[in-house]
Design a protein around this ligand. Structure first.
Ligand SMILES: [Zn+2]
Length: 542
């Protein structure tokens, strides 16, 4: 009998893993893994030069890639998605040949690559890029017009990949140290990319805008936005001195923007307090209006929330607190710390971006409206948790986990804050994350280990439970004659997170495990569970 059961289980397991494997293609692996043709070279610098022809929805350009040789190899993977095509590849002025597997192009270098040497390769490309279906989620180029009939264009590409509009090493583990972005557009338009505008050149028909990013930048963080923009500026006195605030909005929206963007300084106050200095002072802070909702493009946050509070006017928490701030200004700016400063190596770990940033929404409230407001907000967002799939996705195939990475992620971090019972220590841990992993790409394991080490709590089972299963711990309990009997169910092994309760004003901690335990508790019938800790209390009726 036992052997039949285990055989059935084994078959189930095999068929499940078979189905899992079948769901992914060679293209998924080429996109999502560190292939041998990527691994041998380290990105140093991109010099991207692109001309945009709005009328024809056509682009052409070059990307000069500077790299350091880590290992001897002469086959280099560069990614560019159809219908864009590579028109030439050159090294030291000599053309190189390549073979293609879909978006992955394997360039055959003629010269032997010596470890430690710096090389450069220039990719020329052209074509009509994929048009965004539902930016920013299903991205590409958004070719829109403003109310005055002027072109209003933007790129967005998280998940899909930057190779949808320019050739690059399209994997998140490796970032350039700095980047130049040169954009040529028709003369009546302004092009805004990341970093600072360092030069502008005009011909009789076009303007070329030279943007420069002096910090490491991830691929999907790179963007270009084109429109009939008006610029206005401000400065912010922050932890690292003077920060330039630069705003590009459509001509008709300047007055509305000046009012709405007054939320930027209180946002920076809150996030510098909780997370440490804004991570890109050298590159300035920008908000740039776009024809879609918004995205965390590094040092050029894109904005399309209609100059209103909430998420397109809606409070995601249902508590009223979500209407106290402009969701896109707060959320997308939070990503400067968690996404752009600390960046996932694999999109399977996307909760590092979205969990911490969803959590930043309630820290914004905490700083500006108090802890009670922030608690109500984060508890309010709990109703959005689906527990459909684990938060962490499959590795190596460019697939994210459940959208629970947002609000379950926020509630996990909010729970952790309760366990510490020391807000100042918690703040130092969040700031510590941003200095320990400053301008780096990371795995969830590194974040988990850091949090375990700095909190002094072994969080292995905690993260296993909340990130890798869809189970929410159930706290079963019975109350009788000044005592409480309780245990956990629906937990992974070794999960033993304490739970806070109140009897009147009196605070008390329970230490549940998977076996029943009884303890004496005066006035136990008056107990209230602290909802800030994300478990499901369940009274067991005898
Ligand atoms: Zn986000």
């Amino acid at each position: 009998m036992k052997s039949i059961v285990s055989l059935i289980l084994c078959l189930l397991f095999l068929s499940a893993s078979y189905a899992q494997q079948q769901a992914f293609t060679l293209q998924d692996s080429l996109r999502g893994s560190i292939t041998p043709e990527r691994e041998w070279w380290d990105l140093l610098f991109y010099d991207l030069d692109v001309s945009v022809n709005p009328k024809e929805k056509y682009i052409e350009g070059t990307n000069l890639i500077r790299y350091k040789v880590l290992d001897e190899n002469q086959l280099m993977q560069i990614d560019l998605q159809e219908p864009l095509r590579i028109t030439s590849v050159k090294q030291k002025g000599k053309p190189l040949s390549f073979t293609s597997k879909g978006f992955a192009h394997f360039i055959e270098l003629k010269e032997k690559q010596h470890i430690g040497e710096i090389g450069e390769i220039e990719i020329s490309y052209a074509g009509t890029p994929k048009e965004a279906v539902n930016a920013p989620w299903d991205g590409g180029f958004s070719w829109k017009k403003d109310k005055n009939g002027k072109h209003f264009i933007a790129t967005s590409c998280q998940g899909l990949g930057a190779s949808v509009w320019w050739p690059n090493k399209d994997h998140m583990y490796d970032e350039v140290d700095s980047m130049a972005i040169r954009v040529t557009v028709p003369k009546d338009l302004v092009a805004v990319a990341n970093g600072r505008l360092i030069n502008k050149e005009e011909t009789s028909t076009t303007t070329t805008f030279d943007w420069y990013v002096t910090n490491p930048i991830n691929n999907y963080g790179v963007n270009i936005n084109i429109g009939d923009y008006v610029l206005f500026e401000d400065t912010y006195q922050g932890e690292k001195g003077e920060l330039d605030l630069t705003y590009y909005v459509l001509r008709d929206n300047v007055e509305k923007a000046k009012k709405q963007f007054e939320q930027v300084p209180p946002m920076l106050n809150a996030f510098e307090h909780w997370f440490g200095p804004y991570p890109f002072y050298e590159d300035s802070f920008k908000l740039v209006e776009v024809p879609y909702l918004g995205m965390e493009h590094q040092s050029s946050i894109t904005y399309g929330n209609g100059y209103q509070n909430g998420y397109l006017g809606v409070d995601l928490s249902g508590t009223g607190w979500g209407l106290k701030f402009d969701f896109i200004i707060i959320h997308e700016s939070g990503h400067e710390w968690f996404a752009n400063n600390i960046t996932y190596k694999d999109i399977a770990d996307m909760w590092i971006h979205e969990g911490f940033t969803a959590y930043s929404e309630n820290l914004y409230l905490d700083y500006n409206y108090g802890t009670k407001a922030s608690e109500e907000y984060v508890l309010g967002t709990r109703r959005r948790i689906q527990n459909d799939r684990p938060i962490i996705g499959p590795y190596g195939v460019n697939k994210a986990g459940s959208s629970d990475m947002y609000y379950k992620g926020a509630n996990i971090l909010h729970t952790l804050r309760q366990l510490l019972e020391d807000d100042e220590k918690w703040r130092q841990i969040l700031r510590g994350l941003n200095s320990r992993f400053y301008h780096q790409t990371v795995t969830t394991g590194e974040i988990e280990n850091y949090l375990s080490e700095k909190t002094g709590i072994d969080l292995t089972a905690f993260f296993e439970q909340y990130l890798r299963t869809t189970q929410i711990p159930v706290l079963e309990y019975r109350i009788s004659d000044d005592s409480i009997t309780y245990r956990y169910t629906n937990i992974v092994s070794d999960f033993d997170m304490p739970v806070r309760i109140y009897i009147g004003e009196q605070e008390h901690w329970l230490f549940p495990k998977d076996n029943w335990k009884t303890e004496k508790l005066e006035n136990a019938d008056q107990l209230v569970f602290d909802q800030n800790i994300y478990v499901l209390p369940m009274a067991i009726v005898e």
